[in-house]
Structure formats: C-alpha cells, structure tokens
Write a protein that binds this ligand. Structure first.
Ligand code: NAD
Length: 314
C-alpha cells in the first residue's frame, strides 16, 4: 500500500487514477484548485481532498507531507486557452510544477511523476516521435509542458529524485467532459452527436492523433508508482497508433450505432497536424501493458455519456 498524492486529482485523468489507486488498495490525497476540475468527480471516493492551488506554497507543502509518490497532473490544459491567456497557463503549469517540486524536496518526497505533452514536439515533423527528437513548441501551453517535464527531470540530477516525465498524447475516456470551450475532440463530438448537432472538424479530417484510453494511462501510472520507476529522459505515454480524424469519425459512428453529421472548418492555430508516439522506452520501463483498443475505449466513453444524460434527465 502506498500513499499517493495526485495533483489535479479532481480532473479527468486524475479522478480516474484516484479510483483505480483506491481499488488497488492505496491511500490517495488530492490537491486541486477546481479551476478545471469537479468536486463531484470524487463523490463516493475515500480520498483526502485539499482544495488549493499549486501556487499556494503552504498548501502544497502540507499536501506533500508523508506521501510515497506524487503524480503531478494539475495544470491548465488546452492550446487555445494558453494562446488566449499565456501567463495564466505559465503560472499554473510551469511555476506550479516548480513550487510542487521544491516543496517535495523540502519534505523528502523524492518519487515524482509528471504529465508533459506530445505538444512539445510541435513543429518537428518526424513520425513517429522519439523522445530524443528535437522539440519546438508551437503554443504557450506546449512551452509550459516542456518546463513541467524539464524541471521534473532536472530534480533527478540536482537533488537525487526518482522521476518519470511522461509525455501524454491524446487521452480520452469516461469522465472527460464536453460542453466547455476548451474541451477535447472526443467528448465534444460524442456530446454533439448524442444531442443531434453536427461534429465540427478542424481541417479536412486528415490530421491524425495517437489516442490512449484513460484506463491504460492509469494502469501505467499506478504500475510506476508501485515500483518507484524512474528514468532520466522524457517517456512517451502512447502506443503508436495514428488515427486520422476521418477514421475516428468512422469508429465513433460504430460505437454510437448511428451516422453523424459533419461540418468542416479552418484548422486551429497552434494545432500540430500529426502526432504519433514511438514507445520503446515505455514498453521497457513498464512492461506488460496491453492498451485498450480505440473501438472498445470509445464504447465505454459513449456508455458514460449516455448514463450521464440519463442521470441528468431523472
Ligand atoms: P483536467 O483539466 O481535467 O485536469 C487538470 C486538473 O488540474 C483540473 O482538475 C484542474 O482544476 C487542476 N488544476 C489546474 N490548475 C491548477 C492549479 N494551479 N492548482 C491546482 N490544481 C490545478 O485535464 P486532464 O485531461 O485530466 O489532464 C491531466 C494532465 O495531463 C494535465 O497536466 C495535462 O496538461 C496533461 N495532458 C493531458 C492530455 C489529455 O489528452 N487529456 C494530453 C497531454 C497532457
């Protein structure tokens, strides 16, 4: 049994991880300022919840005390949000990470995993992306994620931390909400389809992404927490699929069991055209993970949306 602090634990990936960690017998503490998370995500979960910002040094200092591992997911996501308000993203993602690491250091908590992003590769056209490829972020969000991972890795060299800096690609699954301006593509499309609205496609549908089901991400994070896995370089957390948006629409229609309407529009600034991971490092550090396939993951996600709609209509 481990004591795990999850920053951003009231968010999409964080609350899924909290549930899986509890189910595996671990103790969970959460630090989240609810700027993009939801307290009700944690309903029914026996967690020690601290509502506070990563920028609140005292609250962070208290949250790190006595834990075995930190999974640092707390951040303001979304490329467009960071283009609109780059300072806010920088504060939460870069300064927030450094604050957490510094407080962890003072409390002698030395196993830290963080969530970086495939967006750090930015203008690098190489496919698939290897972790040693050059990075060239195209948005303030991507820069702030580079800061997140590089600060975390530097603490390994400077203070003897055991760290894992994961570069998440496109994570999706139950609990990822639609209905806000910065929502990700899969929940936005499922929500539109279930409510009879067209799906907006940015670009011509040929853009591709390496989608990873949230359950698979949680399995990786928990396995790493349990074994205190550490690595001196960033690690792609994805499984090397490159699904075009057009293919995603076809898979989504199969999961929904009805056809959807499409509306095409201009590509968004800061969005990279293609994204696909090389994952040899992940496979060797966390062996034996069998990723959930897109068709199955989409079925679970559609089920969650349908159950949520039913609950609300009761
Ligand atoms: P999310 O927005 O659902 O969760 C992030 C959580 O962090 C939210 O609950 C939010 O309230 C909290 N938070 C934000 N600023 C904070 C602050 N200053 N102090 C404390 N808490 C704060 O996002 P998610 O999809 O669950 O992503 C989790 C992590 O993974 C993020 O770091 C994100 O950048 C990274 N990531 C996600 C994806 C993806 O596809 N979902 C891809 C790449 C990287």
């Amino acid at each position: 049994m481990k004591k795990i602090l999850i920053t951003g634990g009231a968010g999409f990936i964080g609350h899924n991880l909290a549930r899986e960690a509890l189910a595996a017998g671990h103790e969970v503490r959460i630090l989240d300022d609810l700027s993009n998370g939801y307290r009700d995500n944690l309903d029914g979960l026996d967690v020690d919840f601290r509502e506070a910002s990563l920028l609140d040094e005292e609250a962070v200092g208290s949250a790190v005390k006595g834990v075995d591992s930190i999974v640092h997911l707390g951040a303001l996501g979304s490329v467009p949000r960071s283009i609109k308000d780059p300072l806010r993203s920088h504060h939460a993602n870069a300064t927030g990470t450094l604050t957490l690491l510094d407080r962890a250091r003072r409390a002698d908590v030395t196993h830290v995993m963080c969530a970086s992003s495939s967006s750090v590769y930015g203008m690098n056209p190489a496919l698939p992306k290897n972790e040693r490829e050059w990075v060239r972020p195209m948005s303030p969000y991507a820069v702030s994620k580079l800061a997140t991972e590089q600060y975390t890795l530097a603490f390994q060299q400077s203070y003897g931390f055991e760290t894992l800096a994961f570069r998440f690609f496109n994570v999706y699954g139950p609990g990822q909400r639609a209905g806000h301006v910065y929502a990700a593509v899969i929940p936005t499309w499922i929500d539109a389809a279930l409510n009879g609205r067209p799906l907006f496609v940015n670009g011509d549908g040929s853009n591709s992404r390496d989608f990873t089901y949230v359950g698979t991400v949680c399995e990786v994070l928990l396995s790493a927490a349990e074994r205190r896995t550490s690595h001196p370089e960033p690690v792609n957390l994805a499984f090397g699929t490159n699904t075009t948006l057009a293919q995603l629409i076809a898979e989504l229609q199969a999961a929904l069991e009805f056809p959807v309407q499409l509306q095409f529009r201009e590509p968004r600034p800061g969005d990279v055209p293609h994204s696909q991971a090389e994952n040899e490092a992940l496979r060797s550090l966390i062996p034996g993970i069998e990723p959930t396939q897109l068709a199955e993951g989409l079925r679970h996600t559609v089920d969650w949306f349908q159950q949520t709609i039913e609950r609300k209509s009761r």
